[in-house]
Design a protein around this ligand. Structure first.
Ligand SMILES: [Zn+2]
Ligand SMILES: [Zn+2]
Length: 88
């Protein structure tokens, strides 16, 4: 462990991205803080907080569908692009 490393009290992994907010987020990752204090109900399901990652993913999905795009297809295409054995 480095001297200046900050560890999340919830998941015990290093906090990098939100170092500046370490105290505000009660010494946690932002996402750990959200699931600990803000998220209502099943963590695998969106809550009513617009900052919730699930809420945001669902909002993007709905917007894509309205644009006539299939969110599943977009993910499949990206998986094929990034994990195709032909790609080097
Ligand atoms: Zn964490
Ligand atoms: Zn949430």
């Amino acid at each position: 462990m480095k001297d200046d490393e900050l560890l999340c009290v919830k998941c015990h992994k290093p906090v990098d991205v939100n170092r500046e907010y370490y105290d505000i987020f009660e010494k946690m990752h932002w996402i750990c803080f959200h699931f600990e204090y803000e998220h209502d109900g099943d963590p695998d399901k969106a809550c009513n907080d617009p900052s919730c990652p699930w809420w945001q993913i669902n909002t993007y999905k709905e917007a894509l569908i309205k644009l006539g795009k299939d969110p599943k297809k977009i993910i499949e295409t990206e998986i094929n692009k990034q994990f195709s054995p032909l790609k080097k």
